[in-house]
Design a protein around this ligand. Structure first.
Ligand SMILES: Cc1cc2nc3c(=O)[nH]c(=O)nc-3n(C[C@H](O)[C@H](O)[C@H](O)COP(=O)(O)OP(=O)(O)OC[C@H]3O[C@@H](n4cnc5c(N)ncnc54)[C@H](O)[C@@H]3O)c2cc1C
Length: 607
């Protein structure tokens, strides 16, 4: 059976030596409790719970799947007990306000915990994962009364939350939403409609489920300007805050799907269910974006979680399994053949997985720090800082979600490849990781939609390229002092500098051409997103390599010399073998739209 070991050494390296989280926490209004000892205790407790409780339920959960019986959904064996432990451990409330029963710790700690949970068992992690966005939306937009009604049970994990956007006729294009909300004399609303693909929409883990639902008021304008946001509990909430009478929301079915089979994906029917408006009428989509940004960083983590899990499986197999002799001569003369890990092509696969997992983790840790700073600005009521960090996070989000989930899928595929035919067999767990990873590029906005968000909304319209200029300035600052250095240090610095300049030029060229060609942004956006992802990951690999070099030189690091050397070597691999892909994306991004758009729709096939 596949096992999982939390990559604590890598996490500590990033936290303490690359991003200096101890100093970062010391500066935050809610960081006083996040002392190095406390952080270490949280990481270790989360790691052992994920390794010992969640990981062993991953394969069996996939095999058994969820059950749907007479309108009721049940999760696979072991999930209820594990969820109970999750609640008893206080894990859901780690980063939520103390006034609602949370521990008030910085957001980033939840992110670190979420990676471990996701790598151990992504399906399981989705039940509490969906609650995070629900809680954030209520925290930010709900009335005082709504917050005290729902948040304590959500923050403790006794209840879970969902996001109900998708309907049968629309997922991306929410302007087409048909679910209706009829106002009632008592100030509540009756919600009627069908939502589909709702993750954690129904299950047996929690005593109540709080649905955040997008619906239209009777007089709402057409399109996205006429969508409002409602809170609709599965069980109505009594005045003492407990779950009472059953609301008119029912689960019609659950999906039979390719992966994440232990996560219930529900069709929910709202038949005049009682709901309450959150935020202002017709401004639901605006409020929902809080939900979506939180969820999207959560899904970016899925790429890393699957890359890490698949890498761990593949590495152990490649060390054990023997096949033929290494090209450069016998390496293990006492064995019948050399281990797979000696073969250059197997090393290419393993190093690609490692580079994706560890490079992606660094990107997430940088974004998590920005999320902490944004929350800190909210606590300190510093509007300017809030806007600054919000913009930064808005730039990171589509790159992380789009690029890291695509790369996570590649890593998961490579894991199967390292196993050869055995990778295709269920019991090894590698094909499950590939199936589970596949959804990440689809939900929470497909890669295509993330790319349009990045290039259209964030880069061109939102900032006229400023977000790229700001990030590339950081790249240039990192590279500048090492431009004349010898060896890989200098090569990385020069490559980073070239890419920083090129990223700005690419943005400018697209900006000029987009003014004349309406199809340009859509035709170029996925290549632009992938280019941005490769370059951004290059920056974070160069940063890790530089920190490792400094530790090696000073002999002051917390890790072994081998650990630091492996970091530098992985960075070298990334710059030699993966970053060059950025150039193909750049060239493709600049190709004329004509070859994409010229074919008549009727001429795509001639049956
Ligand atoms: C397992 C699973 C769990 C899910 N969980 C949830 C959940 O909890 N809550 C929820 O509300 N939804 C959920 N979803 C729905 C998911 O978010 C949507 O499926 C997704 O957003 C895509 O929408 P769609 O399926 O309608 O595809 P469509 O919107 O029909 O898109 C089809 C294709 O066309 C592309 N496309 C569409 N419009 C454009 C455009 N304007 N420009 C360029 N390309 C475009 C898309 O990128 C995609 O490739 C889940 C789905 C699945 C499968």
């Amino acid at each position: 059976m596949p096992t999982y070991k939390a990559p604590l050494r890598d996490m500590r390296f990033l936290m303490n030596e690359v991003f200096d989280y101890p100093a970062h926490y010391a500066r935050l209004a809610n960081g006083a409790e996040a002392t190095p000892e406390m952080v270490e205790a949280i990481l270790e407790a989360a790691a052992s719970w994920c390794e010992e409780v969640l990981a062993p339920l991953n394969l069996s959960g996939d095999q058994e799947g969820c059950h749907f019986n007479a309108g009721k959904v049940s999760t696979p064996a072991g999930f209820r007990e594990a969820y109970r432990q999750f609640v008893d451990g206080g894990w859901q409330g780690l980063s939520f306000p103390v006034e609602y029963g949370g521990q008030g710790l910085p957001t980033s700690l939840s992110v670190f915990k979420a990676e471990m949970m996701g790598a151990a068992n992504w399906s399981f992690s989705m039940y509490p994962g969906l609650s995070l966005g629900c809680i954030n939306t209520l925290l930010r937009y709900a009335s005082e009364a709504q917050r005290s009604q729902y948040l304590p049970a959500l923050v403790s994990g006794e209840w879970t939350g969902t996001m109900c956007l998708t309907e049968p006729q629309c997922g991306t294009d929410l302007a087409q939403i048909r679910t209706r909300a009829e106002p009632q004399p008592d100030g509540s609303y009756r919600i009627t409609g069908t939502k589909m693909f709702i993750s954690a929409g129904d299950h047996d883990l929690a005593e109540n489920i709080v649905h955040i639902v997008l619906a239209r008021l009777p007089d709402a304008p057409a399109g996205t300007r006429g969508i409002s946001l409602f809170v609709v509990p599965k069980f109505l909430v009594d005045s003492d805050g407990s779950a009472g009478q059953r609301n008119a929301v029912s689960c019609g079915s659950i999906e039979h799907k390719m992966g994440i089979r232990a996560s219930a994906t529900a069709v929910l029917n709202f038949d005049a269910a009682v709901g309450h408006l959150i935020f202002e009428p017709n401004k639901g989509l605006e409020a929902m974006f809080t939900f979506m940004n939180t969820a999207r960083i959560g899904i970016a983590l899925q790429g890393i979680a699957h890359a890490e899990a698949s890498f761990q499986g593949a590495l152990s197999y490649a060390r054990d399994r023997r096949s033929m002799r290494a090209l450069s001569g016998k390496k293990e003369p006492d064995s019948i053949a050399d281990a797979l890990i000696w073969h250059p092509d197997v090393r290419r696969m393993l190093l690609t997985q490692k580079a994706i997992a560890e490079g992606g983790r660094a990107m997430i840790y940088a974004a998590a720090q920005t999320a902490d700073l944004m929350f800190n600005a909210v606590l300190e009521d510093d509007r300017a800082a809030q806007a600054q960090y919000d913009n930064m996070l808005g730039f990171y989000t589509p790159i992380l979600k789009g690029f890291l989930t695509e790369m996570g899928l590649e890593a998961a595929n490579l894991g199967m490849q390292v196993f050869g035919g055995h990778g295709y067999i269920h019991e090894h767990g590698m094909e499950q990781i590939a199936r589970d990873a596949r959804i990440a590029t689809l939900y929470e906005g497909t890669t295509g939609i993330q790319a349009l968000d990045l290039l259209g909304r964030k880069v061109l319209i939102g900032s006229r390229g400023k977000c790229v200029r700001d990030f590339t300035r950081i790249m240039l600052r990192l590279a500048g002092p090492h431009l004349a250095a010898r060896g890989s240090k200098g090569r990385m610095a020069r490559s980073l500098t070239r890419h920083a300049i090129q990223w700005n030029l690419l943005t400018l060229r697209i900006m000029w051409r987009a003014a004349r060609d309406r199809d340009l942004v859509g035709s170029t956006s996925v290549d632009y997103l992938m280019y941005s992802g490769y370059v951004m990951m290059g920056h974070f690999w160069a940063l890790q390599a530089e920190q490792a070099r400094q530790r090696l030189r000073s002999g002051q690091g917390a890790e072994s010399a081998d650990f630091y050397r492996a970091k530098i070597q992985t960075a070298e691999f990334y710059f030699d073998r993966l970053l060059p892909r950025a150039e193909a994306h750049r060239r493709s991004a600049l190709a004329p739209t004509r070859s994409l758009m010229q074919m008549d729709n009727g001429n795509f096939a001639f049956p």
